[in-house]
Design a protein around this ligand. Structure first.
Ligand code: VG1
Ligand code: CO
Length: 534
């Protein structure tokens, strides 16, 4: 029985970098989730009778919203599907699209964050054109449709008919594990673990736990205990499921310690991010995408080579040097995975990456945390070298891009906007001037012209480029849920091998000071230092 229920619009349902993200109490307002989900369908055509995938990272409010969205759907057991696994299910079963319930790396719980995102039939996040259309619908919605099918059992695998609809509860891991098995040399990985290779994977009580446990321990024979914090919890054990040097500091400390395992990794709330730490060496996400691209041909799924590499604008230029050496295309896109979709669909890019710990390939249309970890393992096995050797050899061959991101979180929105506005008005006058002895070569507000569909995305981050290739980038986050988050990205290229083991913050100190001179970060935000440095 399908009922139509009258509703009133909420005016704050504009999707950000990755779907709609708000605090749980915001989503708990009457009809808030129903309105947004109905608006997704109102912006789409031709889904009648088709199948929809629903994924979620198991955070608080996940199950409740799944019951609201249900139509003819495929859903992961327990309401769980990692973001990359959901992308795979959409592609594999050629469904109409999917809805992913997650706020990714943001904390979960009754007072923390929740999110809803729509992925299209290619498995990728909805392009801007569609998210704009969804937002337009949320502003005029007057009713939504809902099926009274009672409570659906999400915990038992199988198909149930409910209220004239079919609900298929699937094993969330099986299809994904099969996909990984086709890309990587599982025999070589089994041999690696058999030889005594030790690894630590921290699932941070988020969605990748069951995937890591099954793939690493069951299928690849890694010792029990390789996967840690592998039981997904609705509040992620009270932590931020954000795999970076702040929220996964325990892993970093272990990997730098005297009895460190050979390789350490972690993933985020919805399983699309990755943190890579070799024994005694942290690999920045920007370096990781460059190193994966340079070595991908060692894995069976990429032995024919890459078509191209794409990276988000704030991501370091390390990957550009690899693309140049390989003689393949390099694409610079705005922040957010939705901008890679066209390049992947058109087979112009094979590997994509973001500085925020996102790496992925054309195997799905999302970034994929465990994929990056398995590709690293495959490369380690094929080369028979440690992560540290691979990293230092890469720097010696290509030069090192020192890179860091400074986040100023929960800044008052007005003050953050004032900073950006002031910076914009200054842009034209900056080139040719010097800051701290460094000459500014150019300054602009990044705009992206999509080479596939011709669409243009403006105001995607302010870049100040210095002579010699160093740069600072400023942008406001599109995923935060309280106040504004200012992100400052700092990069310096260093070709000289004798200067490859400096402390990153020291190597970037003059650029960090220059960024404050240029943008007045401290005076605008009232903060003496960033909240998070990665
Ligand atoms: C952040 C990252 C961006 C990433 C996005 C979604 O966006 O910077 O690179 O694609 O999160 O990641 P923003 O607008 O806050 O800078 V996830 O793992 O939260 O889906
Ligand atoms: Co994520």
């Amino acid at each position: 029985m399908i009922r139509t229920v009258a509703t009133k619009p909420y005016l704050d349902q504009k999707p950000g970098t990755s779907g709609l993200r708000k605090k749980v109490p915001v989503f708990q307002q009457e009809h808030y989730a129903e309105n947004f989900i109905q608006s997704i369908f109102d912006a789409l055509d031709g889904f009648e009778g088709k199948t929809l995938v629903i994924g979620g990272d198991g955070r608080f409010y996940n199950r409740e919203v799944i019951q609201k969205a249900i139509g003819k759907v495929m859903v992961g057991q327990g309401g769980i599907l990692s973001t990359p696994a959901a992308s795979n299910v959409i592609r594999k079963y050629k469904t109409f699209g999917g809805i992913i319930l997650s706020a990714s790396h943001n904390p979960g719980g009754p007072h923390e964050d929740f999110g809803i995102k729509y992925n299209a039939g290619n498995g990728g996040p909805a392009a801007e054109k569609l998210t704009d259309a969804i937002f337009a619908k949320t502003k005029v919605i007057s009713s939504f449709k809902i099926a009274d099918i009672g409570t659906v059992d999400l915990d038992t695998i199988g198909t149930v008919e409910a209220g004239g609809m079919t609900v298929e509860v699937i094993d969330p891991v099986a299809d994904y594990a099969e996909l990984m098995e086709g890309l990587f040399d599982f025999d070589a990985l089994r041999a690696l673990f058999k030889s005594g290779f030790r690894m630590r994977f921290d699932a941070m009580h988020a969605v990748t736990g069951p995937y890591a446990k099954d793939i690493l321990e069951n299928r690849l024979g890694a010792p029990k205990g390789t996967a840690r914090n592998f039981i997904p919890l609705p509040d992620f054990g009270g932590h931020h499921p954000d795999p970076n040097l702040v929220h996964a500091k325990h892993l970093y400390d272990e990997m730098m310690g005297p009895d460190a395992p050979d390789f350490g990794a972690a993933s985020d709330g919805d399983g699309d991010r990755n943190l890579i730490i070799g024994k005694g060496i942290f690999v920045t996400p920007s370096d990781s995408v460059a190193m994966l691209a340079a070595n991908a041909h060692l894995a069976p799924g990429y032995k024919a080579g890459l078509k191209g590499i794409a990276r988000s604008m704030p991501t370091s230029g390390a990957a550009d040097r690899v693309a140049e050496k390989l003689g393949i295309g390099i694409y610079e896109t705005p922040t957010g995975w939705k901008f890679f979709g066209n390049l992947l669909d058109a087979d112009m890019a094979t590997i994509c990456g973001e500085e925020s710990a996102g790496t992925g390939s054309n195997h799905v249309r999302e970034k994929d945390g465990l994929w990056a970890v398995l590709l690293w393992l495959n490369i380690l096995a094929a080369r028979g070298e440690s992560a540290k050797q691979i990293v230092t050899e890469h720097w010696a061959a290509y030069g090192r891009n020192y890179y860091s991101r400074h986040d100023y979180e929960e800044v008052e929105t007005d003050r953050a906007i004032a900073l950006v506005d002031e910076l914009r008005t200054k842009l034209a006058s900056l080139p040719g001037t010097s800051v701290r002895g460094m000459k500014i070569a150019s300054a602009d507000d990044f705009a992206y012209h999509d080479p596939v569909d011709g669409s243009i995305a403006k105001n995607q981050g302010i870049r100040v480029l210095f002579e010699g290739g160093s740069r600072v980038v400023f942008r406001l986050s599109g995923t935060g849920t309280s106040g504004a988050t200012l992100r400052l990205y700092i990069e310096r290229y260093e070709p000289d091998t004798s200067r490859h083991d400096l402390d990153t913050q020291e190597a970037l100190a003059d650029l960090i000071a220059a960024a404050d001179d240029i943008a007045g970060i401290r005076s605008h935000t009232g903060r003496a230092k960033p909240s998070v440095i990665t």
